[in-house]
Design a protein around this ligand. Structure first.
Ligand SMILES: C[S@@+](CC[C@H](N)C(=O)[O-])C[C@H]1O[C@@H](n2cnc3c(N)ncnc32)[C@H](O)[C@@H]1O
Length: 332
């Protein structure tokens, strides 16, 4: 069944000129290819905003959904009633959080692109009530802005668009405004570096890391040369996406890095699976990030029946082991 966001995109973009969208998509692919911060507003006109919504929003929505699913599995989304989507563009996080948090009552999307905000509002009109009722407002993330208070702030695929020296200010601004902060970036070395800097800043300020990290000390993955912590989210490509971008596959795998941190202690996982598990007869090899600050392989054999049964079910990005932290009651 098509996702409601796919339906909304199909409806909102039904009359758009496919040729113009295709050209705008090609321009966005070019801008995002390097991963370097763009020097000017990328979503600078209505067609660019539509191309972004058609070609990137389903992927950022999928990454957010996966990250929120991990947090939800730990019980770390309880008590969220309000959302602030900072640099929210066309509202990917709004849709994802509304799905992951049924108790969500209100949401605000802030962005520097008037065209992204206008399209996001239009798309949201096709969404469930809390999505349709969201507020949309301009923001300039050039200095440390004062942001409205919310239970959760999401900064998704935004830090990488800001000059490096601006990012800490924005992390501080969202931490001032919200009790929980979710940062998501592309699953590239650059994207991971932006997430790591946010993670370390929040941890240094006394915030608690919920996911994916099992501990707030130095990141053991960052210490490994040529490695970076990232995960993947699979999404079906819509007919619209295939029309704009071509490609034979019916799906794509969005690689992303993320961190969810909380001002108050929340449950977190004991360990995190960092790769697709390796399967051999009677044996599963898990590459783990552990709460003792180490990362490395762990072999689970059939002799440990319970662990072996669980190891055969986990995948890259899943929590592993007994959860830690207060009121932890969601073993995986
Ligand atoms: C790659 S899009 C991400 C949109 C959305 N968060 C998502 O995950 O799909 C980056 C967004 O950041 C916004 N942005 C970039 N620099 C900004 C700035 N200095 N002030 C306000 N918004 C900015 C852009 O307008 C754009 O909507």
């Amino acid at each position: 069944m098509p996702h409601p966001l796919t339906d909304a995109l199909g409806a909102a973009l039904a009359d758009a000129d496919t040729g113009a969208l295709r050209r705008a998509t090609a321009r966005l692919v070019e801008v995002y290819r390097s991963g370097a911060p763009p020097s000017t507003q990328v979503l600078a006109d209505p067609v660019a905003a539509m191309a972004y919504a058609a070609y990137r929003m389903p992927a950022t929505h999928a990454a957010l959904t996966r990250a929120l699913g991990e947090a939800g599995g730990l019980g770390a989304l309880a008590g969220i009633r309000s959302l602030l989507d900072v640099g929210g563009g066309t509202g990917a996080a709004l849709w994802a959080v509304a799905e992951a948090v049924p108790e969500l009552e209100r949401a605000t999307v802030l962005d520097g692109s008037a065209d992204a905000l206008a399209l996001g509002r239009r798309l949201a009109g096709y969404g469930p009530p809390v999505v349709a009722a969201a507020g949309w407002a301009p923001v300039e993330l050039a200095t440390r802005p004062t942001l409205p208070a919310a239970d959760l702030a999401v900064v998704s695929y935004v830090l990488g668009e800001l000059a490096e020296e601006r990012r800490a200010d924005i992390v501080d601004a969202v931490a001032d405004a919200a009790g929980r902060v979710l940062v998501v970036e592309p699953g590239t070395p650059r994207g991971f570096a932006a997430v790591l800097a946010a993670r370390d800043r929040l941890a240094a300020a006394g915030w608690h890391l919920v996911a994916p990290c099992p501990q707030p000390g130095p990141c053991p993955v960052a210490a490994r040369s040529g490695d970076w912590c990232h995960f993947t989210a699979r999404l079906e490509r819509s007919a619209l996406h295939r029309r704009l971008k071509g490609g034979a596959l019916g799906h794509e795998d969005e690689k992303f890095s993320y961190v969810l941190a909380s001002r108050e202690p929340l449950p977190h996982s004991d360990a995190r699976v960092l790769r697709h598990p390796g399967f051999r007869k009677g044996m599963v090899t898990l590459e783990l990030c552990r709460s003792d600050g180490s990362a490395g392989p762990q072999i689970v054999t059939k002799r440990d029946r319970e662990a072996y049964r669980r190891a055969r079910d986990v995948d890259w990005g899943d929590a592993w082991g007994e959860p830690g932290g207060p009121d932890a009651a969601h073993p995986r």
